[in-house]
Write a protein that binds this ligand. Structure first.
Ligand code: AMP
Ligand code: MG
Ligand code: MG
Length: 307
């Protein structure tokens, strides 16, 4: 058999790297000293876990795939990384799958990897552990085409017998794996949004959509998991603040199962390496019925969020 395509080798490595990342996230929390630093204020935090995980993911992938462009959230000085942080594994199940033909000849230098080492840091520091995810998104031609979401504390309240943590992954044209796809019952409008970065505009936009329920949780990765598991119908965030590393992996996984993630105007997001990091025009995402939510975004909100 021919050797697996580069994209599949990268996804298989990123899967293992994300599992190592999750172990680091749990170890830092268990150690008790989070080493919290404020980046742009009290709602924009960085912990020791954000720092160690970013070094682990970026160094591990860069060693194996030296021509990749890797963009991580945290601004860290570049110095020699501790060998203990390096992960070399590749998840074999991914290597067994066939790469979608449109991606089978991609070269390393054509890919951009967007890394959020710990999404939901605010919630991590507050002990809302199942809100936390590790995000590795892969873009080609400016488009999110593959992603890994690891949830280090999945099952943490389920009792000692339950396996702690899980990894969800997906590739456009192949599908998404590691969870059970489910839809919200027809006609129910469950909106999921931020819990720590709210504003009048965020709430005005949600109000205009006639929600039956509004769920407020941390993390972009966590919110997209709610969409694909039938726990929410739409992720609505009418505000700047969310960045490309927050949306790349979740978008790829959502799109791989037929969903849609855009800015609040319904415009696609771009993930080429030169792009502005901030998603200035917010986020709108659904598994189904995208047009219902997009058509209800008020003009005042659209005017307030310029791409
Ligand atoms: P949230 O839904 O509030 O958990 O936000 C999703 C992602 O976007 C997280 O990584 C947040 O850190 C980031 N984010 C959203 N709004 C802001 C903001 N106002 N300042 C900094 N980060 C933000
Ligand atoms: Mg984040
Ligand atoms: Mg983060």
């Amino acid at each position: 058999m021919a050797s697996p395509a580069l994209l599949m080798r990268l996804v298989a490595s990123a899967y293992s790297v994300a599992e190592k990342a999750a172990a680091i996230v749990r170890k830092v929390m268990a150690g008790g000293d989070l080493g919290i630093v404020e980046k742009c204020g009290a709602n924009d935090l960085q912990t020791k876990a954000d720092r160690l995980v970013q070094m682990s993911i970026c160094s591990s992938l860069a060693r194996k795939f030296p021509k990749l462009t890797i963009i991580g959230e945290e601004d860290l000085p570049s110095y020699d990384v501790d060998e203990e942080l390096i992960e070399n594994g590749q998840y074999e199940e991914i290597l067994k799958k066939t790469c979608p033909p449109q991606y089978s000849t991609i070269k390393e230098e054509e890919l951009v990897v967007w890394v959020d080492p710990l999404d939901g840091t605010k919630e991590y520091t507050e002990g809302l552990l199942d809100h936390v995810t590790v995000l590795i998104g892969i873009a080609y031609g400016g488009k999110a085409i593959a992603g890994i979401i690891n949830q280090p504390y999945y099952n943490y309240e389920a009792g000692a017998d339950a396996v702690l943590g899980r990894t969800i992954w997906g590739v456009l044209g192949l599908g998404a794996f590691g969870f059970q796809l489910k839809e919200v019952p027809d006609g129910k409008h469950i909106i999921i949004t931020t819990r720590s970065h709210s504003s009048k505009m965020v709430n005005d936009c949600i109000g205009a959509m006639n929600p039956d329920t509004v769920v407020r949780v941390g993390g972009a990765g966590n919110k997209v998991i709610h969409l694909i598991e039938g726990k929410a119908s739409a992720y609505v965030f009418a505000s700047p603040g969310c960045k490309k590393w927050d949306t790349c992996a979740p978008e790829a996984i959502l799109h791989a199962v037929g969903g849609k993630l855009t800015d609040i105007h319904g415009n696609s997001l771009h993930y080429n390496k030169e792009v502005k990091h901030m998603n200035s025009a917010g986020v709108l995402a659904t598994l189904r019925n995208f047009d219902y939510y997009a058509s209800r975004v008020p003009d005042s909100v659209k005017q307030g969020l310029v791409p």
